[in-house]
Design a protein around this ligand. Sequence first.
Ligand SMILES: C[S@@+](CC[C@H](N)C(=O)[O-])C[C@H]1O[C@@H](n2cnc3c(N)ncnc32)[C@H](O)[C@@H]1O
Length: 246
Amino acid sequence: MAEKFDSFWQIDQSANIITRKQNRAYDLDVLRQSITLSFLKNHCPNQLNGQSTVWVIGDGFASMTSLLLANKFVKRVVLVNLTKTLLVDLYYLRLWLGEKKFDKIVRLYSSEEGNDEILIDNNSEEFEVIAIQASNYKLLENLKADLVINIASMQEMNPEFTSNYFGEIRKAADKNEVYFYCCNREEKILPDGTVSRFLDYPWLPFDKLIVDELCPWHQKYYEFSIPLYKNYDGPTQHRLAKMTNN
Ligand SMILES: C[S@@+](CC[C@H](N)C(=O)[O-])C[C@H]1O[C@@H](n2cnc3c(N)ncnc32)[C@H](O)[C@@H]1O
């Protein structure tokens, strides 16, 4: 699947190095991120030109964040996650970066502390990773975005949270062009019975769809037992869209 994406082999190698440093397996969850990033590098190279800011909403083990940094595709990553998962993301990021570099380039941006330095240095190279707790999602409005990535994460949120993130993406699109890569289950019933539907996310008619299809590398997973490849619980759609502002 990744053969047609030129940057895959480089990204694949970096994933190998990152996971080794973190003492964890280069498993399917990481491989999905590697393939996705090489797909994005093909489809929106200007958003991954080393100068951009990318929001990663709902990363896991900071896999996408690390790949973006390791391949020098971005100037800054804004990493948003639920508090406990964010802590895990940051822990694994530190395992890869080392304590010294982590302390130098990663900042938690929280409303309680003000964190004015982040606002002042919005365009500086110093803080390459800005971490934000999901409960503080409104802080996103202070940060620019060129590309936003959400993989298998909005499918876990109640629609109001998805709408909140769409709202922040559209505010960012007021300032400059924003691409959104959204890869989530077509439909999922959440534990409280709420149904989350990809097509019901607050897309707008003028969002320009660049890719819109079932995600080829997100339909089946592998296990080391026969028949090896099995379908996920339902189809997963991926969409790369140039987002309109409100
Ligand atoms: C199934 S994991 C997917 C992780 C990774 N993106 C992947 O593709 O494997 C779902 C992720 O969404 C995050 N998440 C759930 N609700 C969220 C919210 N309201 N805001 C941000 N992240 C959220 C979870 O903490 C978790 O990191």
